[in-house]
Design a protein around this ligand. Structure first.
Ligand code: ADP
Ligand code: MG
Length: 693
């Protein structure tokens, strides 16, 4: 519960001062400037008064209860004042002071110490090294922050890891006349966490949209849990920065090497239904639309314009963002034809032409809003000097206030018609400079609509022999890679189909084992030190009889003598398409599952999809359909479709294996042969690497 932080009944300022350049002074001034509704208690042992307020030497002297303190004194003094705060029963301490974890080991110790002191008294620390919080709720109006952007009420709440980024977001909203609901930039996150704040915003009735800026996710599992809950109620827009990291760890599998630093963020956001943005500007543009517009029920957009070209750009951008151009109903077409000028084009886009006045432009939008074939409306509007532009804006404004479908707008104008923009914006319709922006914004809203409508996922649980895998893994504590025999046994325990594979223990058994497998077959070298077998001549395909087998084996045995390898024999499969599946363990989170086309597709095109386990049936299907090469699996140009159901089944089994055994670090099934529909699929090559314990 963060009520005493975001809705404090009283605030004390430790480090309040008459020096206008001090943090304490600025925080106090901000509270005063924004008419904080509770009492403010400056703490300063050296001054009797701060501004016209009586100053106290310590919080313990304050005659009333204190919910929140803002601390901006020297770092080494913080523990002492916290003791006083704790005894006083203060609930939250915003520590602005820097010089903690961010400066190294000594700072980290100090940071741990202040959290310990706070917790001893049931108090919470916000920060340290933090900007502060704001809440524009008129009943509270708290600006416990040392920054400068004026605050006015709105329904967008912001939580930013970087104060600079948070400030940029706030500043831009302010410039376009948009208020905010709550704001926080939490600094070192020693105690009060970003996840708690998101959760709190999620429960705040007045917050319609949440903007998040993240640099490093401290608790990804917690984020996943909180965000998944919140996005069912309201959109979370996120900017995750710092994608490139020198910390790229050495990986031994395809799955590992194909995963980029950013993949984990992607899969977490995807699972939680968080909308990701790649620039501050894009995120703000979308937030403004979400703040006042309804979420579209579907992906069918209509474009209305009074000038040609920009509408074409809007169409292009809508299509490439995944929206569909709505087909107007016959009824709507009839209404429009009667309404607009003769030279207008009643299609999609609807071009009402530049001479359209309030009746034509406004009437068109009104009719389109009633059309059941339309989910969202994009307006392109140039202030033609020969028509009543303010009249059009007024009409659009009226429609915008009551519309149950989102409307976004590009307005082309100059200062002279600023009233046009003001009128449209006042109705809640966002106004952008470019059609591309309007289109992308609608696409984000549509995507959120789809997230909200996601069906409850179907989780199937297969019968599996977990014990068997436990036994196999228990003898491998120190080993990195599992032997082929163990790998195939694990696959079999989880019902993951594989080509018949038998290990050859003694050379003299070769012919006997071959009979068991059956010709034609494949001979493969098996050694921990040989990663890509075929690259070094360790795979012999299509061996058709015993004499070939014996001679190939002899050659391989000689070639790899120094590795002291084992050998496996495997049935030679034909007629399948090669795909790759993989698993990569995560720390403190379920593993990531990968799927893609095998062979050259994975090597060169990196055409792979990732999802976080546990995979639902819908996740697995979506993964398969999302790869660019999906048409190859679905069957193109007369080719038969492959057995997609078998792939879905295998991906889910793989996901369950990963969930059950967090000690699996990397796993590659490369390739898996997928046969035509109804004929199943089979692994022909698999590798498992364990986490080093
Ligand atoms: P590696 O990946 O270590 O080089 P693989 O076992 O994957 O070795 O074999 C290399 C390639 O040989 C596979 O990608 C596949 O095209 C083919 N191959 C391997 N095993 C079989 C098999 N049992 N049946 C048919 N083709 C196979
Ligand atoms: Mg392989």
């Amino acid at each position: 519960m963060l009520d005493a932080l975001f809705k404090p009944r009283s605030v004390a300022i430790i480090g309040a001062s008459n020096n206008p350049l001090s943090i304490g002074h600025i925080v106090m001034q901000n509270l005063l400037d924004h008419n904080f509704k509770g009492p403010i208690y400056p703490i300063n042992p050296k001054s009797k008064f701060i501004k016209s307020f009586r100053a106290y030497t310590s919080v313990s002297e304050i005659p009333d209860e204190v919910d929140l303190v803002n601390i901006s004194i020297k770092n080494t003094l913080v523990p002492y004042v916290l003791e006083d705060c704790g005894k006083k029963g203060v609930k939250f301490a915003i520590v602005h002071t820097a010089g903690f974890k961010e400066v190294g080991e000594e700072g980290l110790q100090l940071e741990r110490q202040i959290v310990e002191i706070a917790h001893k008294y049931g108090m919470r620390i916000y920060g340290p090294n933090s900007q502060g919080i704001q809440n524009s709720d008129p009943a509270i109006s708290v600006y416990a922050n040392f920054t400068f952007v004026p605050m006015s009420p709105g329904n967008i709440s912001i939580v930013a890891q970087s104060g600079g980024v948070g400030e940029t977001l706030k500043l831009h909203l302010y410039r376009i006349g948009k208020g905010i609901r709550m704001y926080s930039s939490f600094g070192n996150e020693a105690d009060v966490s970003m996840n708690e704040i998101i959760d709190y915003y999620g429960q705040d009735e007045e917050t319609k949209v949440i903007m998040v800026h993240i640099e490093t996710m401290k608790d990804p599992a917690g984020f996943l849990e909180v965000a998944s809950r919140v996005t069912q109620k309201k959109p979370i827009l996120a900017l995750k920065t710092g994608k490139t990291s020198e910390g790229a760890v050495a990986v031994a599998s395809h799955t590992g090497s194909l995963m980029e630093q950013d993949t984990l963020t992607e899969v977490i956001f995807k699972k939680a239904g968080v909308l990701r943005f790649h620039s501050q500007e894009d995120m703000i543009d979308a937030a403004v639309a979400f703040a006042n517009q309804p979420v579209p029920p579907g992906d069918r957009v209509v474009i209305v314009t009074n000038t040609g070209g920009p509408a074409i750009i809007a169409v292009d951008e809508c299509i490439s963002a995944g929206l569909k151009m709505a087909k107007l109903s016959a009824k709507t077409k009839n209404t429009l034809k009667k309404l607009v000028f003769q030279e207008a084009i009643v299609s999609n886009p609807v071009d009402v032409v530049a001479t359209a006045g309030p009746e034509q432009y406004g009437g068109t939008v009104e009719a389109l809003l009633k059309d059941p074939n339309i989910d969202s409306v994009l307006l392109v509007f140039v202030t033609a000097p020969f028509v009543d532009c303010e009249g059009i804006a007024r009409k659009l404004g009226e429609l915008g206030k009551t519309a149950d479908k989102p409307i976004v707008c590009q307005v082309m104008t100059i200062e002279k018609w600023q009233e046009v923009i003001r009128l449209i914006r006042a109705s809640g319709i966002p106004v952008y400079d470019f059609a591309e922006t309007a289109a992308r914004t609608l696409a984000s809203m549509t995507q959120y609509g789809q997230i909200q409508q996601r069906p409850t996922p179907t989780f199937v649980t297969f019968r599996k022999q977990k014990k068997k895998v436990e036994v196999i893994l228990s003898k491998h504590k120190k080993e990195f890679f599992l032997s082929q025999q163990d790998v195939y046994d694990i696959l079999s325990a989880y019902g993951i189909p594989a080509a018949k594979t038998v290990k050859v223990t003694k050379d003299k058994d070769l012919a006997k084992v071959a009979k068991e497998v059956g010709y034609p077959l494949v001979l493969k070298v098996d050694s921990e030190s040989i990663v890509h077998k075929s690259d070094v001549g360790g795979v012999a395909l299509g061996i058709k009889d015993e004499s070939v087998l014996l001679s190939v084996h002899k050659k391989m045995a000689k070639k790899f003598a120094k590795h002291k390898p084992d050998f496996i024999l495997q049935e030679h499969l034909t007629g399948g398409k090669e795909v790759i599946m993989g698993l990569k363990g995560n720390v403190g989170l379920e593993p990531t599952v990968m799927f893609g086309l095998g062979g050259v597709f994975v090597e060169v095109l990196k055409d792979v999809e990732f999802r976080l386990a546990p995979l639902s049936e819908e996740d697995a299907i979506e993964m398969i359909q999302s790869i660019k090469g999906y048409p190859i699996l679905k069957g193109t140009r007369g080719e038969k479709p492959v057995d997609i159901d078998a792939v879905v089944d295998m991906l889910i089994r793989l996901s369950q294996l990963g969930t059950d055994f967090p000690q699996l670090d990397e796993m590659d099934l490369n390739p898996v042969f997928v046969f035509p529909k109804g004929k199943g699929a089979a692994v022909v090559d698999a590798r498992i690497k364990l986490k080093s314990l």
